[in-house]
Design a protein around this ligand. Sequence first.
Ligand code: APR
Length: 246
Amino acid sequence: MTILDDLLQNNKSIKNIVILSGAGISAESGIRTFRDSNGLWEDHSIEEVATPEAFQKNPKLVHNFYNQRRKQLLSSEVDFNKAHQIITEIEDSNLYNIVVITQNVDDLHERSGTKNVIHMHGELLKTKCTSCNISSPIDSDLDTQSICSHCDEKGTLRPDIVWFGEMPYQLNEIETYLNSADLFLSIGTSGQVYPAAMFVSTTPSECIKLEINIEKTNISNQFDYSIQESSSKGMEILKNYLLPQK
Ligand code: APR
């Protein structure tokens, strides 16, 4: 019997599943991660493009960075992958209550059909007005002259992304989900960014804690088991335990 058999064999006691996803789940869709070799932070420093101060100092550069990301996300090269799809299948089975808390700003969980998704770090396909504070959908480039469709102000739109130094979204709701988790799955995240990196330690002691990552992370030791595989392979392994075999 493997450790996973041991942990998941009696999965009838698992009702609430909380999934924390990171850039590694979208890597197989062709979206670059942040901290791997060839990660986004190799080309741009966080201070240059991912802080409120950076936006104040050089809004053009920051807009360009997110315009490029948005363009790529909307290009025909990018679509959801097997890992996103299996999460949707598990949600659609109605055997569990599932929430996906994603640090990703892409919409690949939604594209694959997952319904209960929390974007704690914001969304590339949304813009927020710094004047009226309203967030609205966006699928084209933003620049320093863009006009808010709600308050008609010019030059007040920013990407609706949670930058370093800002408060992630929906933390109260996230805490409620974590408190009642029976299975916590962290997939494709390096565990280097807080508060997401401490979610595993805030789940109940009886909650089963699993990690899927191609390599060990610096928080792997906080999990009951780490499946050292790609996101899609790891989800296929997990699916065998969580869904009835056809
Ligand atoms: N399958 C599984 N895991 C993978 C794969 C893959 N195919 N490819 C890469 N990974 C793993 C890497 O080993 C790494 O641990 O995904 C992780 C990606 O880590 P980061 O690049 O640090 O991304 P993430 O953890 O999502 O970053 C968190 O940091 O920069 C901010 O706001 C940004 O939301 C982001 C946050």
